[in-house]
Design a protein around this ligand. Structure first.
Ligand SMILES: [Zn+2]
Length: 324
C-alpha cells in the first residue's frame, strides 16, 4: 500500500480511517466576502467537531493564494488528532483576482511552486515569491494534493497552464489531483485534457459532480476510473440531500461504488458553528452519513469514506524513514 502525504508527514494509506474528501479550515477569496476562515482557534473547533462526528481525516482543499495556513493546519491536526491533507495548485481565475504573480505565471513557474509545496514544504505565506517555510510540530508542512479549477463549460488559458503544471508535478511525485468543476460541467473534456498530459483518470477527483446530480452521467464518469467528489449536502436551496443521496446510490448500483468520495465543502464562516454560523463541519457526519448507512449499507459507507479516499490519496512511495 502507498502513503498519504499529510501535514504531519507521510502515513500509510491503509490507516487513514474515514476521510472527508473536501473541506476548508482556512480560506480567503474575493468571491466569498465576509466568509473568511482565518481564526485558528475557531477553525480548530470545527476540526474537532468533524472528528467527533465520525471522521478521522480530511482534505483542506485551499490552494495557493487563498489564505491557506500550513503551520496552523499542522498545529490543529496535532491538537485534535484529525489527520489533514493540505493542497497546492490553484483555483479558477476568478478566485485569484489581484494575484498577477499567479495568473500570469508560466507553466514552468507554476510547476516549480507546486513542486516545492509537495516536495519541500509550503511557505508560511503565499505571494510573488514564496516566503519563509512554514513549520509544523514535525517540521516542514508539505502538500499532499494538487488542485486545479475550471469554469462552467470553459477551460481558460490560465486553467490550462495550471493543469499542465499539476500534470507535471503529478508525473514527478505521484501526488493525487483534485479539479473543481463549476456546476459539475466539462468533466469528460477535463479528463481528456489531463490524459493528454499523462494523468490517468484514477488519480483525479472530480469535485462538485453532484452539482449536476445525473446518475447516468456519473456512472459513465466512474467507468473512466476517475473518482467522483460529492460535496453538496446541506445546500437544499439547490436541492435536498435526498437528491444527492439518491444519485449516489444509483451510481453505486450501476457499478460506481468504488469511485465515490464524500465531503462537505462547507467553506464559509457563516456556515461554521465556531464562527457563529451553522450547520458546521459536523453536519456531514451527523445528518448525511447516517442516511447513507441506512439506505446504502455499511459496505458502501466503508467504500465511500475509507477505501476510495485511501486509494485516491495514497500515491506517495512508502519509505522506512519516519516523517520529518
Ligand atoms: Zn472547496
Amino acid at each position: 500500500m502507498s502513503a498519504v502525504r499529510t501535514v504531519l508527514g507521510d502515513v500509510p494509506a491503509a490507516g487513514l480511517g474515514r476521510v472527508d474528501y473536501h473541506e476548508h479550515l482556512f480560506q480567503v477569496s474575493p468571491l466569498l466576502p465576509g466568509d473568511e476562515l482565518t481564526d485558528e482557534q475557531a477553525s480548530g473547533e470545527e476540526a474537532r467537531a468533524l472528528r467527533d462526528s465520525g471522521f478521522e481525516a480530511m482534505v483542506d482543499a485551499t490552494p495557493v493564494g487563498l489564505g491557506r495556513r500550513p503551520a496552523a493546519l499542522a498545529a490543529i491536526s496535532a491538537r485534535t488528532g484529525l489527520t489533514v491533507v493540505a493542497t497546492t495548485g490553484a483555483h479558477r481565475a476568478a478566485h485569484h483576482v489581484g494575484q498577477p504573480w499567479l495568473l500570469e505565471a508560466s507553466v514552468d513557474s507554476l510547476a516549480a511552486r507546486f513542486r516545492g509545496d509537495v516536495v519541500e514544504g509550503m511557505p508560511a505565506d503565499d505571494g510573488p515569491r514564496p516566503g519563509e517555510p512554514a513549520r509544523g510540530p514535525s517540521g516542514p508542512v508539505r502538500a499532499g494534493l494538487l488542485k486545479a479549477g475550471i469554469d462552467y463549460w470553459s477551460i481558460t488559458p490560465f486553467a490550462r497552464r495550471v493543469l499542465a503544471a499539476v500534470a507535471q508535478v503529478h508525473g514527478e511525485t505521484g501526488a493525487p489531483v483534485m479539479v473543481h468543476l463549476e456546476h459539475g460541467s466539462a468533466a469528460f473534456e477535463l479528463l481528456e485534457l489531463l490524459a493528454g498530459e499523462g494523468v490517468a483518470a484514477d488519480a483525479v477527483a472530480l469535485a462538485h459532480v453532484d452539482r449536476n446530480p445525473d446518475p447516468g452521467l456519473h456512472a459513465e464518469l466512474a467507468a473512466t476510473g476517475a473518482h467522483l467528489g460529492y460535496d453538496g449536502p446541506a445546500r437544499h436551496a439547490s436541492w435536498p440531500d435526498a437528491t444527492i443521496l439518491d444519485c449516489l446510490l444509483a451510481v453505486a448500483g450501476r457499478g460506481g461504488a468504488d469511485r465515490l468520495l464524500l465531503g462537505g465543502d462547507v467553506a464559509r464562516a457563516t456556515r461554521y458553528v465556531a464562527y457563529g454560523g451553522m450547520p458546521g463541519l459536523a453536519y456531514l457526519g451527523q445528518r448525511f452519513v447516517p442516511r447513507l448507512l441506512a439506505e446504502g449499507g455499511p459496505e458502501l459507507v466503508q467504500a465511500v469514506l475509507v477505501t476510495n479516499p485511501a486509494r485516491w490519496l495514497g500515491r506517495f512511495p512508502v519509505t522506512n524513514t519516519p516523517a520529518t
